[in-house]
Ligand binder design. Structure first.
Ligand SMILES: NC(=O)c1ccc[n+]([C@@H]2O[C@H](COP(=O)([O-])OP(=O)(O)OC[C@H]3O[C@@H](n4cnc5c(N)ncnc54)[C@H](OP(=O)(O)O)[C@@H]3O)[C@@H](O)[C@H]2O)c1
Length: 259
């Protein structure tokens, strides 16, 4: 029987690449993001190329009822979700003191609460079937201090910690949870976050979203709990644990500063 992957953030960047990968492996899709036109274009493209069907749900995940409404829509359509990909997310660059409150609030809604709620809603069915996969987008930011992007870094630390704990809780249940932790990746992220002038983005060669998505897909299929694409970032994540926190903070401040 055909399996279905629900992918948030499917309209662009890494989420769009996930959609292509799942379609190429024969998964039906539920495509979620705000931009309905883009989602319809992804649907048309992938249905044209593969023997799959894609269902579009245009939804703003910063709205507190969004996750519940997505769940109800899949129920109404009789769609069984086998894989949940919580990809949608965004950042915001600048001093927290000067930040727009609504944007910080929405970031937590999208990056944290929608991910938590979609997981809460789809998990019981997966457990009942003794089969399911959840792929959560964290970031290399989850491991470190993030001045000028404090809420974003904290949101990704949450995603990593939550996913790790949940994966452990679900051991032996047939449901796996994978947290993906990429470094800077060439997508629309920087533009939305206004972070392109940071040294981190200026001095780092960005990964391509197709490679990040394929790495994450394979890690999810293996049931890896924490997946960090690229040796450099694996070393970064592990290395930070052994360095004095004062040094980690100083490096973070340098990388996060504007040129
Ligand atoms: N790019 C990087 O350097 C990088 C590194 C590590 C982790 N990540 C994480 O990777 C994930 C994907 O980001 P990306 O790099 O692919 O950036 P992107 O190209 O900007 O894609 C973000 C996706 O999230 C969706 N989204 C944003 N706000 C939304 C909302 N309120 N409601 C519903 N959907 C929303 C966007 O769709 P609409 O605009 O159509 O709503 C879009 O499909 C994010 O969680 C990000 O934090 C990115």
């Amino acid at each position: 029987m055909k399996k279905t992957a629900l992918i948030t953030g499917a309209s662009s960047g890494i989420g769009y690449e996930y959609s292509k990968i799942f379609a190429s492996h024969g998964y039906d899709l539920v495509l979620v993001a705000r931009n309905e036109e883009k989602l319809k274009a992804v649907k048309a493209e992938l249905e044209g190329q593969h023997d799959i069907s894609a269902f579009v749900i245009a939804k703003d995940l910063s709205q507190k009822d969004a996750a519940q409404e997505i769940f109800e829509q899949t129920e109404h359509e009789g769609i069984e979700v086998n894989v949940l990909v919580n990809d949608a997310g965004f950042g915001d660059y600048g001093r927290y003191a000067d930040a727009d409150w609504k944007k910080q609030y929405d970031m937590v809604q999208v990056n944290v609460l929608a991910l938590m709620q979609l997981t809460k809603l789809f998990l019981p069915q997966m457990l009942q079937r003794k089969e399911g996969k959840i792929l959560n987008m964290a970031s290399i930011a989850a491991f470190s201090t993030g001045p000028y992007m404090s809420v974003y870094y904290a949101s990704k630390s949450f995603v990593l910690s939550f996913s790790d704990s949940l994966a452990t809780e679900l051991k032996g249940s047939g449901v796996t949870v994978t947290a993906v932790c990429p470094g800077p990746t060439d997508t629309g992220f920087e533009k939305v976050a206004g972070s392109g002038t940071r040294k981190l983005f200026d001095t780092t060669k960005r990964a391509t979203p197709d490679k990040v998505a394929l790495f994450a897909y394979r890690a999810m299929m293996r049931g890896t709990i924490i997946a960090i694409p690229g040796l450099k970032y694996k070393v970064t994540a592990v290395g930070q644990r052994f360095l004095p926190k004062s040094i980690v903070r100083a490096i973070a401040l340098k990388l996060q500063s504007e040129d």
